[in-house]
Design a protein around this ligand. Sequence first.
Ligand code: CA
Length: 237
Amino acid sequence: MRNIGRMEKIKILVVEDEAPIQELLQFNLERKKYRVKVADSGEEGITLAGDFQPDLILLDIMLPGADGLEVCKKLKGDPKTAPIPIIMLTALCEEADIVTGLELGADDYITKPFSPRVLLARVKAALRRISITKPVPNEDLINVHSISIDIGRHKVAVDGEDISLTFTEFKVLQLLSQQPGRVFTRYQIVDAVHGDDYPVTDRSVDVQIVGLRKKLGTAGKYIETVRGIGYRFKEEE
Ligand code: CA
């Protein structure tokens, strides 16, 4: 992680209006030596994101005034704050909001009520993704779980055995496996894989995934369905 070398703490901004949840987040994050600042409203969150320059933002969706989705849109639209990963905090019933938030550029979400263990695992995964995805932009080989992907040659092997994928299946696998743990909505998958003349719809993404899992065999389980939202590639432990 980028700050460790300078012995600086990793900074996390919490945007949440409910005091008990603020305290729960702050307590658990500070216990893990993160430096935490809390904003009570969306407006304050936007200001603090600029001033405090956090490494990660935990953003509640249901906020008084500007809600979490508006805040997400503002932060992702400003080049100064756009690269900061955002984890949304939501209720389970806010599926449509979760999808919107992910499509606005949020990295992940946690549903309330959450356990400290889940919270810390998601925070760690999001921070790890910044450290893996940034320094190696032209990584040509992905090795994750039992799968190796050679991007330049369009080749995939599971446990050393080559498997043959269609162009679209390959693109879907590449997208998901480059950011393990990150949730992608169907629309984001379509957007990332479809060529100019290739009609991929959000439902056909499901079909691609079924085919892909089947071809991956024992490794098919690493592509996880996130109900009502989309798909994610399982993180390595
Ligand atoms: Ca709230």
